[in-house]
Design a protein around this ligand. Structure first.
Ligand SMILES: *[C@@H]1O[C@H](CO)[C@@H](O)[C@H](O)[C@H]1NC(C)=O
Ligand SMILES: *[C@@H]1O[C@H](CO)[C@@H](O)[C@H](O)[C@H]1NC(C)=O
Ligand SMILES: *[C@@H]1O[C@H](CO)[C@@H](O)[C@H](O)[C@H]1NC(C)=O
Ligand SMILES: *[C@@H]1O[C@H](CO)[C@@H](O)[C@H](O)[C@H]1NC(C)=O
Length: 498
């Protein structure tokens, strides 16, 4: 087709193009889509090739399963006739013309679907025809609803989405965050349409109650996907609690109230109050969920029972009331205690933080002047232990060591102790133990300037010649071991040394 047309557009081979035009005299639509119950138009025209051309009859023929059925006939003298539906006027020619055979079908039926052939009996060319496919679509009518079920642990349908009378069948899906499952059923209707029913199956827990799921319906006859949100309704018996007892019901108190709160589906609205030893005392008044005590006396020193009822069940719960002679001191009560404790904790934390800050500042101040002192023997002394509690000290040390730019743990006296008497090292002193991998790497030495390396090297030489080799080995090892955890690096170094 495409290759046949191009020469017409691009080249001037008129004879070749003319022959193509002559072969396509009857123009129709290859495919026509109509909607059930609506009107459809099947266009058909014959090209008039010259004044001598005569049309002696026009016929629309429907082909169903290889059988040919005359639908509409137009004869120049006998007029128009519709052999298939003689008097219905449902099917008719659009105009009274022998060259325009356009056919109109009203109130489209599913059975109208098929292949239609538009045929012209002409002189001098003989019969000319072309065919068109009529496709009948039916727009489905869709809806979705929740199916009320009682909560249980058995999977069952909780919602149903129906897309009725579609052709072709609609695509019906569920959109949901719940862990459910859908099951689809199709019904072939007698008119050729299809009804699709998609049920959403779920284990109906009460948590699924009021959750939303959405049914999506897609169909060729719909301009866009239709969506039908559904709120699940899982029925469950009331969950009851009695609120309002503060443990401080004293004689003559007059604002004591109990509230029976219940959740459930359907929402419980039926509440009944009793006591463990029978009917309610005279001093109480009940309004639905609420129980008011006009004036506390020993008659309410009892156990109150609230029963909530809904369609699914009856559930009751109880509250023991202890009537006191005198009011409880509220300040010393539980809430007061909690607030007091909170304030005390905040104050303690503030003091602690200030202490740590001061301690770190002192450490820093002590170390700064010694960094400039290159001539003297290594005069570094570990900072005096912070004047804080024992618990905070290692915390402060660890934090300080990490934030200090100058890595100096191997200067510490207890560090050397650990090295030489090293077998006794325990986990508790781990922070103080020198870490060979903390020796500056070559890069660090370069960036640290001239002072750093000379100071360290001199000092290491003075302490023990073996440090020299060790520090180099450790430095190289460190470069190889940078990816290993620090503890591992330390263990290997010490093993080598021992
Ligand atoms: C039939 O109609 C189609 C669409 O109008 C056209 O492309 C085709 O050439 C026609 N065929 C004949 C034999 O006329
Ligand atoms: C989904 O349905 C199938 C069969 O109906 C069932 O075997 C399967 O357990 C279901 N899956 C879930 C997650 O409910
Ligand atoms: C409905 O029709 C389709 C084909 O159109 C067929 O495959 C399917 O089995 C039919 N279903 C029923 C329930 O008849
Ligand atoms: C209140 O009830 C409790 C038991 O719930 C009982 O031990 C107590 O003696 C009662 N007090 C009075 C004053 O009746």
């Amino acid at each position: 087709m495409g290759s046949a047309r191009r020469p017409c557009a691009w080249a001037s081979l008129l004879w070749g193009c003319l022959s193509v035009v002559l072969a396509q005299q009857v123009t129709v639509k290859h495919e026509v889509t109509g909607y059930l119950g609506k009107r459809v138009v099947l266009p058909c025209n014959i090209a008039v090739t010259g004044p001598e051309m005569k049309v002696s009859q026009v016929t629309w023929v429907k082909e169903v399963g290889g059988r040919r059925q005359n639908v509409a006939v137009h004869h120049p003298t006998h007029g128009q006739s519709y052999p298939m539906e003689k008097n219905s006027r449902r099917i008719r020619f659009a105009v009274n013309s022998l060259t325009d055979a356009t056919l109109v079908i009203e109130h489209l039926l599913m059975s109208d679907e098929g292949t239609y052939s538009c045929e012209f009996a002409t002189y001098p060319n003989g019969n000319e025809l072309n065919t068109t496919n009529l496709i009948v679509l039916a727009k489905p009518t869709s809806s979705a609803e929740a199916m009320e079920v009682k909560s249980s642990n058995v999977e069952q349908p909780v919602a149903v989405c129906t897309s009725a009378n579609g052709k072709p069948p609609a695509r019906v899906t569920w959109q949901s965050k719940l862990n459910g499952n859908s099951s689809i059923k199709q019904i072939n209707n007698s008119d050729g349409t299809v009804t699709v029913i998609n049920r959403y199956n779920l284990i109906p827990t009460k948590e699924a109650n009021e959750q939303q799921i959405i049914c999506l319906v897609e169909h060729v006859a719909l301009p866009q996907t239709e969506s039908f949100p559904v709120q699940l309704s899982i029925l469950y018996a009331p969950e009851v609690a009695i609120d309002g007892y503060d443990g401080n019901w004293y004689l003559t108190r007059n604002d004591a109230t109990l509230v029976c709160s219940a959740r459930g589906n359907p929402t419980p609205i039926d509440f009944s109050w009793t006591t463990s030893n029978g009917p309610l005392p005279k001093s109480v008044e009940v309004q639905g969920q609420r129980l008011f005590v006009k004036k506390v006396d020993y008659s309410v020193n009892t156990t109150f029972i609230c029963q909530a009822t809904n369609r699914v069940g009856q559930v009751s719960t109880q509250q023991i009331i202890l009537v006191r002679e005198k009011p409880k001191l509220v300040g010393a009560g539980t809430t007061g205690g909690i607030i007091g404790g909170l304030i005390a904790t905040i104050v303690a934390l503030a003091v602690l933080a200030t202490g740590i800050l001061i301690c770190r500042q002192q450490q820093k101040n002590r170390m700064d002047p010694e960094e400039d002192d290159l001539e003297g023997p290594p005069a570094y002394k570990p900072p005096p232990p912070c004047q804080l509690s024992e618990e905070t000290e290692p915390v402060a040390n660890a934090a300080g060591a990490e934030s200090l730019p100058f890595k100096a743990p191997y200067f510490e006296s207890n560090a050397t102790d650990n090295l030489f008497g090293g077998v006794g090292t325990t986990a508790t002193t781990k922070e103080e133990v020198p870490r060979y991998h903390e020796l500056p790497t070559l890069e660090e030495r370069e960036t640290a300037g001239e002072a750093g390396p000379s100071l360290e090297d001199e000092y290491l030489d003075q302490i023990n010649p073996i440090y020299d080799a060790l520090s180099f080995a450790a430095t190289e090892e460190d470069e190889a071991l940078t990816s290993l955890p620090t503890d591992k690096a330390f263990v290997m170094s010490r093993a080598m040394y021992v």
